[in-house]
Design a binder for this molecule. Structure first.
Ligand code: HEM
Length: 471
């Protein structure tokens, strides 16, 4: 490792006794928000994963966000695979989606995929999104107690299965959704990461076998689509047909990687944004009442049309504020390809882990006074830059599904809230869990009441109180 000759020591938490770097990494993954917040509050805007160790650095705040996110060739996006897998394995092919590509290959693939996520095309999914939401609401009974986190996952899973893959609710959706969930669990499993032994009974071997089944599943789906090109309007069907200027199409291997990443990225994130927004509204009765007034007066009980979506300013502010205070993506990491400097620190080795945090940025009091207060009204007076407010990231690798997600979230909320009132079950424990996205660890236990306007907050326990000010 090379150290700068004149730079001061990079501050950061002490190395964990005996375990060293592995211990700090485990601590980080156990509760990234706690690790990041402690690091920022104690050491400032440039912090090592470990004090004085230049192999992992977090850079906090809009200026560093800008620097890192606008230099994608210097700061590459890493593979999602944190365990070894050979280049010709199913695991590698599943990983080969936009999220973990770099350089010219990333730019070429992004250009091919982009048209499927343009506003006009995304708007064609409005009817499917509304119909799937209404089908779910028809299965709920008034006063039913539900885990809303689970319900929102099922909902966004169906929406994404339909719009990305053309699949209907039922076995197929459940199957592919379950496989994707299990894959995500393998990707973040410490047992797979730290014990990558391809031996009978080992989680690592199960992860590799799971990847093979998942790839076969996606390959079959793509083959079925190729066989019936005329009938389909979903994203994958569009990607099968798409060609760049030279007439180059996506290969099957590329389609598998892109389909897998789109599916993973496309439902967990939106489902968490919806769950947290319903929680925040349930705990802020006055805001929930104002929002219902706006929805009823513009929509009269119906789901919004595309045109009406633009006429719901409070809904817009509620969603913005929800994704500020509890952003589904908490942090992102990059690996440098060449030496670089951050403030007084020089980093000369390639492959250093360079992190930034959407969550920490969104909770900076100089950007957002009283950052832990859920206050949609603040958006009347502020207009943050893309590097100060970045739930979908910013720059050339900004989320390709942002338009899709915002339309989906607003359509679902407007439909749900006009029909039901959501009450958190009293004394619920709400703790955070950051696997890939920010989720409520024990789910979100709520009672769905007919929309009777009797908004009332409930007593809530857990470390949610560290993130949101709740009276
Ligand atoms: C509330 C919902 C969503 C949130 C908060 C969100 C957030 C993000 C963030 C923060 C990134 C950047 C990750 C990084 O820098 O490493 C990202 C990238 C990405 N997102 Fe989303 N996302 C959402 C929904 C979606 C949807 C619905 C899709 C597709 C159906 C999608 C597809 C992608 C893809 C493909 C990328 C990689 C883009 C690239 O690297 O060029 N996302 N998203």
């Amino acid at each position: 490792m090379t150290t700068a000759t004149f730079a001061p020591t990079l501050p950061g938490p002490r190395s964990v006794p005996i375990l060293g770097r592995t211990g700090n990494t485990i601590q980080f993954f156990r509760d990234p928000i706690a690790y990041l917040r402690h690091s920022y509050q104690t050491y400032g805007d440039l912090v090592g994963l470990i004090e004085g160790d230049k192999l992992g650095v977090f850079a906090f705040g809009p200026e560093y966000n800008h620097y890192i996110l606008t230099n994608p060739d210097l700061f590459n996006s890493p593979s999602m695979l944190l365990f070894p897998a050979s280049p010709d394995s199913a695991a590698r092919r599943l990983d080969a989606g936009l999220l973990s590509m770099n350089g010219a290959h990333h730019r070429q693939q992004r250009k091919l995929i982009m048209p499927a996520f343009h506003k006009k095309h995304v708007e064609t999914y409005r009817d499917d999104m509304v119909a799937i939401t209404q089908q779910m609401l028809d299965t709920w009974r008034p006063k039913q107690q539900l885990d809303i986190a689970h319900e929102m996952q099922q909902l966004t899973l169906r929406i994404v299965s339909r719009t990305l893959f053309g699949l209907d609710a039922g076995q197929n959706t459940q199957h592919i959704g379950l496989m994707s969930k299990q894959w995500l669990a393998f990707l973040t499993s410490p047992q797979v990461m730290f014990l990558p032994h391809n031996l009978p009974g080992m989680p690592y071997r199960r992860a590799l076998a799971h990847a093979e089944r998942m790839e076969a599943n996606l390959r079959n789906m793509i083959a079925r689509k190729r066989a019936n090109p005329a009938e389909q309007h979903d994203v994958i069907a569009m990607l099968i047909q798409t060609r760049d200027e030279d007439g180059t199409a996506l290969t099957d291997a590329e389609l598998i990687g892109q389909a897998n990443i789109l599916f993973l990225a496309g439902h967990e994130t939106s489902s968490n944004a919806l769950t947290w927004t319903l929680f925040l509204l349930a705990q802020h009765p006055a805001i929930a009442a104002d929002l219902l007034d706006e929805l009823k007066s513009e929509l009269h009980g119906d789901p919004p049309t595309i045109e009406q979506l633009g006429k719901l300013p409070l809904l817009e502010r509620v969603v913005k504020e929800s994704m500020r205070i509890l952003p589904p993506a908490v942090y992102a990491v990059r690996n440098n390809t060449a030496p670089f400097a951050l403030g007084p620190y020089e980093f000369n080795d390639p492959g250093i882990v360079v992190g930034l945090s959407h969550y920490i940025t969104h909770h900076m009091p100089e950007l957002y006074p009283e950052p832990e207060r859920f206050n949609p009204g603040r958006w009347n007076n502020i207009d943050p830059s893309p590097y100060e407010y970045l739930p979908f990231s910013a720059g050339p690798r900004m989320c390709i599904g942002a338009t899709f997600a915002l339309m989906e979230i607003k359509l679902v909320l407007a439909t749900l809230l006009q029909r039901y009132r959501f009450a958190l079950q009293p004394n619920a424990r709400i703790d955070r869990h950051v696997a890939v996205t920010l989720t409520p660890r024990q789910g979100m236990p709520m009672t769905v009441m007919p929309q009777d306007r009797q908004f009332q907050r409930s007593l809530v326990h857990g470390n949610i109180h560290e993130m949101v000010y709740l009276q």
